[in-house]
Design a protein around this ligand. Structure first.
Ligand code: E4P
Length: 237
């Protein structure tokens, strides 16, 4: 299983990379706008500038979205994005234009002998996941949190997609997206999802357990007793 960070924030991506556990990065227009609008710069930075900085941090796959929903523009913007690096994966919303663009980008890759990786995002049903796999997309991003938000169980979708993908040996990888809590992560891993993409705040939470904190406190307090009294004077051991 891989852990992607769901962020366009350079500090957050760097922190996860420094831990040695970064499997990839997912961005979307919302995350890019959030990051760029909080960056004070006179150079009027854009998505490509930000992606260039992310690419300097790590050699993992970085999912980046063309903004336009129209086929021609998806291709144009997608090709601009992949010029940055073969680590850029063109992430496209689940529409007929998007699925046609996956095919076109693959053909372009073959013609030019370049590897162009694609992802289909905003997956909310098994049918959408099947279409994406049949189109030969490299990754899909099913959104669990947004399904929970409308009263459905987002994790049921992951369970069903993994069952269908296994039945037909589909090669498309499943990155569980819209992760809101640790349960989304461990349940996804039980269903065999290839990856989860997780906001930095929740990655931090993954480290924590009350008993770990208490255990460290006890190690330190026991050690402090020895340092103060010497080994021979510690009775409770
Ligand atoms: C990832 O690819 C998605 O862009 C992201 O997980 C969406 O999460 P949200 O539903 O919290 O916006």
């Amino acid at each position: 299983m891989q852990l992607f960070v769901d962020s366009a924030n350079l500090d957050e991506i760097k922190k996860v990379n420094d831990l040695g556990i970064l499997g990839g990065v997912t961005t979307n227009p919302t995350l890019i706008v959030k990051q760029l609008s909080s960056t004070i710069s006179s150079n009027n930075p854009n998505q490509k500038d930000l992606l260039k900085q992310i690419l300097k941090i790590s050699k993992v796959d970085i999912l980046a979205e063309p903004i336009s929903p129209k086929f021609d523009d998806i291709i144009k913007e997608g090709l601009e994005l992949v010029k940055l690096s073969s680590n850029i994966v063109v992430k496209i919303p689940m529409t007929q234009d998007g699925i046609c663009a996956v095919k076109e980008l693959k053909l372009y890759g073959k013609r030019t002998k370049k590897i162009i990786k694609t992802a289909i995002t905003l997956i909310f049903s098994v049918e959408q996941a099947i279409i994406s796999a049949l189109a030969g997309v490299d990754y899909i991003c099913p959104f669990v949190g947004r399904l929970d938000d409308i009263g459905q169980n987002g994790l049921d979708l992951i369970k069903d997609i993994m069952t269908v993908y296994k039945n037909y040996n589909f090669k498309t990888k499943v990155i569980v997206a819209s992760v809101r809590n640790k349960k989304h992560i461990f349940e996804s891993s039980k269903y065999g999802a290839d990856a989860v993409t997780v906001p930095y705040k929740i990655i931090e939470e993954m480290f924590n357990h009350d008993l770990t904190t208490k255990g460290i406190e006890k190690f330190l307090s026991d050690w402090a007793k020895v340092e103060k009294k010497g080994y021979n004077n510690i009775k409770q051991f």
